[in-house]
Design a protein around this ligand. Structure first.
Ligand code: GLU
Length: 491
């Protein structure tokens, strides 16, 4: 078999969508599995919707996900340039070839004329197909239209290509994911391959680029299936080898509608901003349509690549379960080495003065707060009580805990005794254990109730990180200051 060459071809009209990231991943996996090449091509023929910011976002997101391309912008390669707007001088030659061979023709219809055709089709409740009005214009007619100042678009002649290469109007192809697919090409309509302003359309540019870049397999979303029929005919009309196609099911939101911003983040960079790890994201999207043979879902991209078989990808749609992604993210956070986690959490701690803590204290704080994190951003609300002298008391903690007689008695006893304690972690551990035991014996107070009182006074909350760790990080002064304040503040 000749070399496997696959590509991801995003249009930079937005930040890299998580669905495109999955398509990129499956292409990447297919390339890795087959010792092939993974190519990035930027499809920016639609200049109005393109921006450099989106292009940069696509590069950064793919790199952050570890989907490094073998050929493409930044990297180069033998069949570049890999950005369509830099390839505009390549396409006209192939348009001309199709005009010369009769597989394309000039169309002088104005937007108004086309609009009218569409309206008539709507009225007749028929799907719109271009009337082919311009297919057989004579040279004189064309010259006349040109003299009127009309500039022609170029349309592909579907029926002609279909007849030249197939027995009937039915076009079939064997999809790597979905099996045999077919369509009656009479329904496709002669589509525009070059606009009247001279720019190629997506369906045309993509074929020329896939052919010249020697793409062997085109793996993309099933929303492109109707384009595939058009593209196959162009490949054939130009005498290019037709690549193999594989169309992936769509990603749907939990409510089974199209995944959109109202469901949550959709761009990779937004997930990252919210505190998802790229390792978790890539692992999660791999499971949208693919399952590991050993049932073990937590896997690195390299492990997935070894196990990956494109024919086993599910042909149906996948549901994007944000909850599952969160669970997986929590797992990846737990696996992060402490130094890396400390660095990764910093962007979410900017509202605090980290200089209040020594490096050892910061390490400790992260160690005792990391367990319940499902998002890196969860750290923001998990740690306010480690900073500043005073602490904000949650209203329900004030009324439900601190204002109780038991809590007040416990706290009074606590400040009295703790002022003489040696403030080391081991000692605090021991002293607090004794303290709880005493209160149980003398007052019949459950150990957890004793601890609630101290926790509420020192952290303003009734749950959180390990209490000994908190007291150790805060130090004796701040801990006792807060406990005293809670006594005075009680109603
Ligand atoms: N630029 C197209 C898109 O973003 C690429 C489709 C294809 O892979 O051919 O949908």
């Amino acid at each position: 078999m000749s070399e496997v060459r696959v590509r991801i071809a995003p249009s930079p009209s937005g930040n890299l969508h998580i669905g495109t990231a999955r398509t990129a991943l499956f292409n990447y996996l297919f390339a890795k599995k087959n010792n092939g090449k993974f190519i990035l091509r930027i499809e920016d023929t639609d200049a109005e919707r393109t921006s450099q910011e989106y292009i940069d976002n696509i590069f950064d997101s793919l790199k952050a996900l570890g989907l490094n391309w073998d050929e493409g912008p930044d990297v180069g390669g033998p069949y570049g340039p890999y950005t369509q707007s830099e390839r505009f001088d390549i396409y006209p030659k192939y348009v001309q070839k199709l005009l010369d061979s009769g597989f394309a023709y000039e169309c002088f219809c104005t937007p108004e004329e086309l609009e009218q055709e569409k309206e008539e089709a709507t009225k007749a409740k028929k799907p719109y197909v271009y009337s082919k009005k311009c297919e057989n214009l004579t040279e004189e007619e064309k010259a006349k239209l040109r003299a009127e100042g009309r500039k022609p678009a170029i349309r592909f002649n579907i029926a002609k290509a279909q007849k030249a290469f197939h027995d009937s109007s039915i076009l079939k192809f064997n999809d790597m994911v979905k099996g045999e697919l077919h369509m009656d090409t009479n329904l496709l309509g002669d589509f525009v391959i070059q606009k009247s302003n001279g720019t190629p359309t997506y369906n045309f540019a993509v074929v020329i680029d896939d052919a010249l870049m020697k793409i062997s397999h085109v793996i993309r979303g099933e929303d492109h299936i109707s384009n595939t029929y058009k593209q196959i005919l162009i490949f054939e009309a130009l005498g290019f080898e037709v690549p193999q196609f594989g169309h992936l099911g769509m990603i749907l939101a939990p409510d089974r509608s199209k995944l959109s911003k109202r469901h949550g983040a959709t761009a990779v960079s937004d997930f990252v901003k919210e505190g998802y790890l790229t390792e978790a994201l890539i692992n999660f999207v791999a499971l949208l349509g693919w399952s590991p043979s050993d049932g073990e879902e937590i896997k690195s991209v390299d492990e997935i690549a070894k196990d990956f078989r494109i024919h086993e990808i599910s042909s149906s749609n996948s549901i994007f379960e944000y909850d599952k992604l969160k669970w997986m993210n929590g797992h990846y956070i737990k696996m992060l080495p402490i130094e890396k986690l400390k660095e990764m959490l910093k962007p979410y701690l900017t509202k605090y003065n980290l200089n209040e803590l020594t490096d050892a204290q910061y390490t400790k704080m992260v160690e005792i707060t990391r367990e319940p994190l499902t998002l890196l951003s969860d750290i923001t609300d998990a740690v306010p009580y480690f900073f500043g002298k005073d602490v904000e008391i949650e209203p329900e903690t004030q009324t439900g805990t601190l204002d109780t007689e038991t809590a007040q008695n416990v706290l009074k006893d606590f400040v009295e005794k703790a002022k003489d304690w040696d403030w080391t972690e081991e000692n605090l551990h021991e002293k607090l254990a004794d303290f709880r035991a005493e209160w149980k014996e003398k007052g019949g107070i459950k150990p957890k109730v004793t601890m609630w009182a101290i926790r509420a006074a020192v952290t303003g909350r009734t749950c959180g990180a390990d209490m000994v760790g908190i007291l150790d990080i805060l130090g004796k002064d701040t801990s006792l200051y807060r406990a005293n304040k809670a006594i005075k503040a009680a109603v």
